[in-house]
Design a protein around this ligand. Structure first.
Ligand code: SAM
Length: 435
């Protein structure tokens, strides 16, 4: 592909993402390249980099275009990206927009004027509103400001950074040090994570899925923050545990390992395909104390198993505002209405799941969001309606679990953020049903 051809392909990919505002951009990109097999791997990388660059900066680019009265279609977003982010001079841009075979059409008069006004300008404009400057969508800006206060700019910047590749060592099969050595023997350098006693952080994000260590179930890919949620659940050998929103079993695997494969764990979800995906992972990890349960409307299972579990983990569906480093398009896809709907859903799931907790047992509520609406406020509302539950202070629980590592968060709950902890953004609260 010529450099100009790559630009046109990036415009086409960006156009496909813009046209399907509700679908994850990586799924759209996969379809895009699947139907264009002629694009080789080097070109594919270059096209993706351009398109993802514009997706990451979309809010700022669109603001700059709108300020000049321009359309904000994929072509102009990419032009703005090349000028404001990549720092291209106008001549270079015009040299690629030639209309030659596979190249983008020549700039029209309005675009020439646009290029003239944007060229040499910084991406951040003095009149940019704070939320655009910080790359925060309107539906989340207030909540994040409430959580972070003065540190919001540093936190917002960290949310634009690259996420590390973390692994959880499967203690059913190995130790952290042995897994580290096994990976090193396959050319993958990794270091222990700072907070999780089960974690390894892979240097340079080297891919691990093809290593024997991964295929043999010695390690699983899991953000350190996610590992801490499983740790805080404090599932012990012999307990009865429900992972109520288990998905593809990311946390079930960690809980089963903490239980040493003893006791019983039920991985529940409303999604059959996700539970299907869990089966393979459970097998690979050598977990044999877990069953999967598909929750269906009118399910009698919850009633039958009422008040019988020692631990119930609710890893609730959420906006995912803590995972923007990995999914930069999620900030664009979600709306205020989504937040309101998710919040109602979280409250309903939490209330349903609480039925399963035995007296003296614990209910752990977690999200990968940092919005108080999905986190602390959810817990406050639940406790107001369920006086038979009390919140347990997470710092004290942590001190019992990991005495050698200082508790990483503040307050009674666990709130982790990319800037402070290097993890994705996570929240967890531990509640106990009064004996
Ligand atoms: C954050 S994801 C779970 C991720 C998973 N725990 C892990 O660690 O990989 C939330 C899950 O909640 C499930 N879910 C959505 N509505 C639900 C409901 N009403 N009851 C139970 N699970 C639900 C979704 O299908 C999704 O798999």
């Amino acid at each position: 592909m010529t450099p100009a051809g790559r630009i046109q392909a990036a415009i086409d990919l960006l156009g496909a993402v813009e046209a399907e505002a509700r679908r994850p951009a990586d799924a759209i990109a996969n379809d895009f390249f699947r139907t264009r097999r002629y694009i080789g791997s080097g070109d594919r990388r270059a096209v993706s980099e351009l398109a993802w660059g514009a997706i990451r900066q979309r809010m700022r680019l669109a603001w700059q275009l709108e300020r000049l009265g321009s359309l904000t279609d994929a072509r102009r977003l990419l032009i703005a990206h090349l000028l404001l982010v990549e720092g291209w001079p106008p001549q270079k841009l015009a040299g690629h927009f030639t209309g030659d075979r596979f190249a983008p059409a020549p700039l029209d008069a309005a675009e020439v004027e646009l290029v003239r006004r944007l060229a040499g300008q910084p991406l951040l404009h003095p009149e940019m509103p704070q939320e655009v400057r910080l790359n925060l969508p309107g539906w989340a800006a207030q909540g994040l400001a409430a959580r972070f206060g003065e540190t919001l700019p540093a936190e917002a910047a960290a949310m634009e950074g690259a996420a590390p590749l973390d692994l959880r060592v499967n203690l059913l099969k190995t130790t952290r040090e042995a897994a580290r050595l096994a990976l090193a023997a396959e050319g993958i350098a990794a270091e222990p994570t700072p907070y999780s006693p089960w974690g390894l952080r892979v240097a340079d994000r080297k891919p691990v899925l093809n290593t024997a260590a991964f295929k043999d179930g010695l390690v699983e890919v899991q953000d350190e923050g996610s590992q801490l949620i499983a740790l805080l659940t404090d599932a012990r050998p012999g307990m009865r545990v429900a992972d109520y929103c288990a998905g593809a079993a990311g946390k079930t695997l960690a809980l089963a390992a903490a239980m040493g494969n003893r006791g019983h764990i039920v991985a529940c979800d409303v999604s059959a395909p996700r539970l299907e995906g869990a089966a393979k992972r459970l097998r690979r990890a050598g977990v044999d104390n877990a069953e999967r349960h598909l929750l269906v409307p009118g399910d009698k299972w919850r009633k039958r198993r009422g008040r019988s579990f020692d631990r119930v983990l609710v890893d609730a569906p959420c906006t995912g505002s803590g995972t923007w480093r990995r999914n930069p398009d999620a900030r664009l896809r979600t709306t205020a209405q989504d937040l309101a709907e998710l919040s109602a859903k979280q409250a309903a799931i939490l209330a349903d799941a609480s039925d399963l907790v035995r007296p003296g047992g614990r209910l752990v509520y977690a999200t990968c969001s940092l919005l108080p609406e999905e986190d602390e406020m959810q817990i406050e509302r639940f406790l107001a309606r369920h006086p038979d539950f009390v919140a347990l202070p997470a710092p004290a629980l942590w001190a019992g679990l990991c005495p050698a590592v200082p508790w990483p968060a503040e307050g009674p709950f666990m709130a982790l953020s990319p800037a402070r902890h290097g993890t994705d953004g996570f929240f967890a609260a531990v509640l106990e049903r009064r004996p």
